[in-house]
Design a protein around this ligand. Sequence first.
Ligand code: ATP
Ligand code: SF4
Ligand code: MG
Length: 330
Amino acid sequence: QEPVISARDVRVWYGTTRGAIRAVDGVSFDLAPGETLGLVGESGCGKSTLGRGLMGLLPKGAKRDGEVMFQGKDILSLSPKAAYALRGHELGMIFQEPLTRLNPLMRISQHFEEAIRQHEPKLPKAEVTERALETMRLMGIPPTRYKSYPHEFSGGMRQRLMIALALVLRPAFVVADEPTTALDVLVESQIVQILNDLRRNFNTSLLLITHNVGIVAEACDRVAVMYAGRIVEQGRVSDVFANPQHPYTRELLRSTISLSTTGLNFIPGAPPDLVDPPEGCRFHPRCPDAMNVCATKDPVNIERPGGGRVECWLRGPEELIPPGGTEKLK
Ligand code: ATP
Ligand code: SF4
Ligand code: MG
């Protein structure tokens, strides 16, 4: 099956007075129709930047490189106008800070009308209403609330509204950036359930950005683990979680599990400065398994046993490791 999204060597950097922040630094992945890919990693590793890049939604000063093919077009090279035309219609984005994006002076009906009319200006009003109500029903929002204002809804309902607005035109590809951060755990798993139903109904492909590894286990087909601007491991959720090949994936899973059982237990050390990341493997200053080669040579992206990709010298390729390279780094 042809992928819906095919990203190749995507790079995004922000110019600052300190130098360029390389927020996304050579990321590649494919997403099949109807598939959900969970994107996880510590704060600041570049998840939102990647998500926005995939939508053609980067801020003005950001520079980009690489290719994101969607329906035969490279999203990264579209003009802002062409990207805008795709967004909402074929591409949907659910933002990290959703509550600021509803207009308090507009009824819910007006929000839907605006979202639909931007892309289908000629659609008769009755049909606009019908589509909006159908989407509200799917999201578990009572249709009787169609004429209400945003402040008349609870936080969880407003979140659902945001998702409904992003999905009303049935986009082929949706990026959901931490759609659940502000919510309690119950609402969170409900929302993920609903996103999954929608995806099954409309064959939508979803990139789900989250801190919550549990949500990925529950709701995603595949997972991509991001560290310091790169995807260091990706594959089927069942394979990657049962048998992580990258030490960062392993530590991330371990810290998540102990977070729920024994209290705080983060991965020791801090993520690197993306203006000047460490030589070789970016994880090497924090990696319990670091070897000599890790401090000097970039790990090679290779196939993981069981499918998917990993970049870590522990997995090879051996023929590229110089003599003495496998000795433990002091
Ligand atoms: P979080 O989990 O906290 O949402 P994230 O993984 O989404 O983090 P990003 O928001 O993509 O991370 O940020 C990646 C890096 O780029 C960070 O170092 C951040 O400070 C920097 N950054 C993000 N947006 C901008 C911007 N508009 N201008 C300059 N630097 C930025
Ligand atoms: Fe650790 Fe080396 Fe693998 Fe990086 S390449 S994760 S430092 S073992
Ligand atoms: Mg983010």
